[in-house]
Design a protein around this ligand. Structure first.
Ligand code: TYC
Length: 111
């Protein structure tokens, strides 16, 4: 019959008699976001290390490395999470910083 298709109109990855799986599982993975810490001249190194340990659960030695990366390079990745978690951690960092009088800032970047 004119216009009839053997594949029933299904996409190539879901032909008749085959299991319907996506060609690449990555398309189902929720998007991840980097929480990026920014350097400033006033927040103490110890406060940044404390934030990296308490909010991002890094071991102290790793927290010191990340803090020094931010201090020397201007920014550094504190962690990578789904959006809602990344946003919540970034908010907590800045609320805690403000409560102590520090200007520490962080931003989110698509990973
Ligand atoms: N540059 C700050 C200082 O010398 C330390 C610092 C590190 C501040 C990392 C912010 O995200 C930051 N006291």
């Amino acid at each position: 019959m004119a216009g009839e298709r053997k594949d029933g109109g299904r996409p190539q990855w879901q032909q008749e008699g085959e299991v319907a799986t996506r060609p690449d599982d990555r398309v189902r993975r929720p998007r991840q976001y980097r929480v990026v810490l920014l350097n400033d001249d006033y927040t103490t190194m110890e406060f940044v290390v404390m934030v990296l340990v308490e909010i991002f659960h890094h071991p102290r030695q790793r927290a010191i490395e990340i803090m020094l990366q931010v201090h020397h390079q201007g920014s550094g990745v504190a962690g990578i999470y789904p959006y809602a978690i990344a946003e919540s951690k970034a908010r907590r960092v800045m609320q805690l910083a403000r409560s102590q009088g520090y200007p520490l800032r962080c931003t989110l970047e698509p990973a």
